[in-house]
Write a protein that binds this ligand. Structure first.
Ligand SMILES: *[C@@H]1O[C@H](CO)[C@@H](O)[C@H](O)[C@H]1NC(C)=O
Ligand SMILES: *[C@@H]1O[C@H](CO)[C@@H](O)[C@H](O)[C@H]1NC(C)=O
Ligand SMILES: *[C@@H]1O[C@H](CO)[C@@H](O)[C@H](O)[C@H]1NC(C)=O
Ligand SMILES: *[C@@H]1O[C@H](CO)[C@@H](O)[C@H](O)[C@H]1NC(C)=O
Ligand SMILES: *[C@@H]1O[C@H](CO)[C@@H](O)[C@H](O)[C@H]1NC(C)=O
Ligand SMILES: *[C@@H]1O[C@H](CO)[C@@H](O)[C@H](O)[C@H]1NC(C)=O
Ligand SMILES: *[C@@H]1O[C@H](CO)[C@@H](O)[C@H](O)[C@H]1NC(C)=O
Ligand SMILES: *[C@@H]1O[C@H](CO)[C@@H](O)[C@H](O)[C@H]1NC(C)=O
Ligand SMILES: *[C@@H]1O[C@H](CO)[C@@H](O)[C@H](O)[C@H]1NC(C)=O
Ligand SMILES: *[C@@H]1O[C@H](CO)[C@@H](O)[C@H](O)[C@H]1NC(C)=O
Length: 285
């Protein structure tokens, strides 16, 4: 049967009807809730998948995350802005609600030199347990006799810039932070059981590249994600977006029987419609 005959045939073949019924059914089942689709995890190109409570304003809708958990994409990297500085998000651990960031300039500047203390005021994040202060002193009038990390590019023979862990220890050696033009504390994760010998063998940029973790607290999302839902936040309330529609906490909240009924109902509707239509076409009563 050629295509024209197929469509013009007065008696639509049974296969044709079944085909239409089948595709309508599949389309119906596959027509996912638009909010569920909008909140699919995204990446910036490189780096981790971004999903609730974080969201990317260029790529996702505001209801996919918390209002102040904004991530922007820069040069394919997910970036968080803290105290006007860019921090690249190296990894996000949704399981323990923490993420690892590193000062972005170390990956591109010739002489990366953080000039601001990292302040988490007005952010929804906290430092993790691993936080250690890496203190950077700029334009110091002497070079301490103490293990330091040189900022060679920001020093000359009279003014030295360097970094240390435990600036208190420097003060115990009678060096004062008054001898520098400015100093900042950069957080760095130092895990328990770190090998201090290898830490001291690293240079300043390698230490900054270790980055630091932040943690957050947000409405528990495990039950939503375990039920294949996508978490969101709408009208100041947590929502679980599911394939069919938004739910309160989880997609398995006892309404799934209802979904099967809707599918069966829809199936019967389509079937009846085609039965009637085929009778009209074939002219039978
Ligand atoms: C992001 O999610 C996709 C789909 O779930 C997965 O295939 C991919 O490996 C994930 N990427 C990362 C970096 O976790
Ligand atoms: C979170 O979990 C990851 C992977 O299990 C781990 O590497 C990281 O140290 C944990 N972070 C915190 C802050 O506990
Ligand atoms: C940070 O931690 C402190 C003490 O654990 C807590 O009082 C505060 O609410 C936390 N802040 C955020 C934004 O989680
Ligand atoms: C974040 O880390 C701090 C300090 O380690 C801890 O007191 C706090 O409970 C953690 N917050 C969350 C939400 O895990
Ligand atoms: C250090 O001194 C140089 C030269 O005077 C100046 O350009 C730079 O801003 C100073 N750095 C800081 C952090 O004060
Ligand atoms: C180091 O930089 C300072 C500030 O720019 C300048 O005054 C000083 O002459 C420089 N020292 C040398 C040896 O270049
Ligand atoms: C630091 O100065 C104090 C008092 O001037 C002195 O007693 C101490 O020995 C000095 N410490 C070092 C490490 O030089
Ligand atoms: C960073 O914080 C310390 C106090 O912790 C302060 O002495 C220093 O001036 C601050 N640096 C800048 C650049 O604000
Ligand atoms: C620490 O690291 C140094 C240099 O990488 C290595 O020689 C040493 O064996 C390490 N020590 C331990 C206890 O792992
Ligand atoms: C730091 O050390 C790494 C190798 O561990 C090297 O590639 C890098 O050029 C060094 N950076 C500086 C500023 O010396």
């Amino acid at each position: 049967m050629d295509l024209q005959n197929f469509f013009m045939s007065p008696k639509p073949s049974l296969t044709y009807i079944s085909f239409i019924i089948f595709t309508s059914l599949v389309n119906y089942i596959l027509s996912l809730d638009p909010k569920f689709q909008a909140c699919a995890p995204h990446t910036c190109g490189d780096g981790p998948n971004i999903s609730y409570p974080f969201w990317i304003p260029q790529e996702q809708e505001p209801f996919c995350g918390y209002p102040n958990f904004i991530i922007i994409c820069k040069d394919k990297n997910p970036v968080l802005i803290i105290t006007n500085d860019d921090y690249i998000i190296k990894d996000i651990f949704y399981s323990n609600q923490s993420f690892l960031v590193a000062y972005a300039a170390i990956y591109k500047d010739i002489c990366p030199a953080p000039l601001h203390n990292v302040s988490l005021d007005h952010t929804p994040y906290n430092f993790s347990l691993y936080r250690s202060d890496f203190s950077i002193f700029y334009n110091y009038t002497s070079k301490p006799n103490y293990p330091i990390y040189d900022l060679v590019c920001a020093s000359n023979s009279t003014l030295h810039s360097f970094a240390v862990f435990h600036k208190e220890a420097l003060e115990l050696h009678n060096y004062s932070s008054d001898w520098c033009q400015s100093f900042v504390d950069v957080p760095v994760d130092v895990h328990n059981g770190v090998n201090f010998t290898s830490l001291l063998l690293m240079n300043y940029t390698d230490v900054l590249k270790m980055g630091f973790s932040l943690n957050w607290s947000a409405h528990d999302y495990n039950s939503c994600e375990k039920s294949n839902g996508r978490c969101g936040f709408k009208n100041n309330e947590f929502v679980c977006f599911c394939g069919d529609r938004p739910h309160l906490e989880t997609c398995d909240d006892g309404n799934s029987e209802r979904n099967y009924l809707i599918i069966i109902e829809k199936f019967l509707q389509i079937f009846l419609m085609f039965l009637l239509e085929s009778r009209q076409i074939t002219g039978k009563p």
